[in-house]
Design a protein around this ligand. Structure first.
Ligand SMILES: [Zn+2]
Ligand SMILES: [Zn+2]
Length: 322
């Protein structure tokens, strides 16, 4: 199979996008469950309805809460401009590129054909568990790296959460880590494009639900999957340590395994980040990480301090108030 890939890098990327576009237009003409756009609207409708039916924290409304309209802007920006078209295309492009690089080096792929060695239902299970662990690891790094935290901070600066808060994050997060996720699958004989839609079916529903302000008792399920109960603690500032808890994307087991599961019963989460210096406007947030990183670069000796940018902004504010 690798020898049948005579494409250049540019051709590969453009072919991936055009294949996806053909698939998408076909899906609109003949809709079925594989159409990600139809599913996206279903997820929005279901999670928004659950929020209306069973709101938990009544000190802020479901519609019109702080950041509601900005979140809707993010929803369309991420899901339609970046994610819906990009995710599938990026998966197939990375797959093509990895196989071609190996083929050019004279190495036969797949290195280990896990795909054919597994029955179909186990293939999806393995794909889901591995990709979820990679997501967990990427999320953990987003909290530990001062550079990446400037991007991820946009998601955590939100002080009131709802279904659309799921998509309130900086697109830079995707560009840094996600493309690398597809490499191990390509080398194990997986055609990621066959699985990504099914992963999205489950992962989207779980992450959208986890940002909903709802009063549902999840029982033992909170030890298996991400839930609003545990993800609200991930978004909270009254937690032990400064690097966060509950990094789960879909499965909570990684947090339990590595000791980051946190769900106290004797207090309520206080949403947001300490010393919040993130602007409230959409475009202000899009440029925020670049400005913050530029400032860090100009003060390299203080780079190691995670809260340096926030501290500097506080000092600047104090100076101008005097
Ligand atoms: Zn986070
Ligand atoms: Zn979140």
């Amino acid at each position: 199979m690798p020898e049948a890939i005579p494409l250049s890098f540019g051709e590969t990327v453009s072919q991936s996008f055009s294949t996806y576009w053909t698939y998408l237009t076909h899906s609109f003409k003949d809709p079925d469950v594989h159409n990600p756009l139809i599913y996206l609207f279903l997820v929005y409708a279901i999670t928004f309805s659950i929020e209306q039916l069973a709101p938990k924290r009544l000190n802020y409304p479901v519609v019109g809460r702080k950041g509601f309209w900005t979140d809707l802007m993010y929803l369309f920006f991420i899901d339609f401009a970046i994610q819906a078209i990009g995710l599938y295309a990026v998966a197939t492009a990375v797959e093509f590129i990895v196989l071609k690089l190996f083929s050019n080096a004279g190495i036969e792929t797949p290195l280990f054909n896990l795909h054919d060695a597994l029955p179909p239902y186990l293939r999806f299970f393995v794909f889901f568990v591995v990709i979820d662990f990679l997501q967990w690891g990427a999320h953990f790094i987003l909290h530990r790296s001062n550079f990446l935290w400037q991007f991820h901070k946009i998601h955590h600066a939100q002080e009131q959460l709802g279904f659309a808060s799921t998509r309130h994050f900086h697109f830079g997060e995707y560009l840094v880590l996600k493309p690398a996720f597809w490499i191990p699958f390509a080398l194990c004989g997986f055609k990621t494009a066959d699985y990504v839609i099914w992963y999205v079916w489950i992962a989207y529903m779980l992450t959208f639900l986890s940002h909903c302000n709802i009063r549902i008792n999840w029982g033992f399920l909170k030890y298996v999957f991400i839930t609003p109960e545990t993800h609200f603690w991930h978004h909270s500032r009254n937690i032990p340590g400064k690097y966060g808890v509950n990094y789960a994307s879909s499965l909570a087991v990684w947090d339990l395994l590595f000791g980051f599961f946190y769900n106290p019963k004797d207090k309520e989460p206080v949403l947001g980040i300490p010393d919040n210096d993130v602007p409230e406007t959409f475009w202000g947030q899009i440029v925020y990480p670049f400005k913050a990183i530029f400032r860090m670069k100009n003060s390299p000796e203080q780079n190691k301090d995670k809260d340096f940018v926030a501290k500097q902004t506080r000092q600047e504010k104090r100076r101008t108030q005097r």
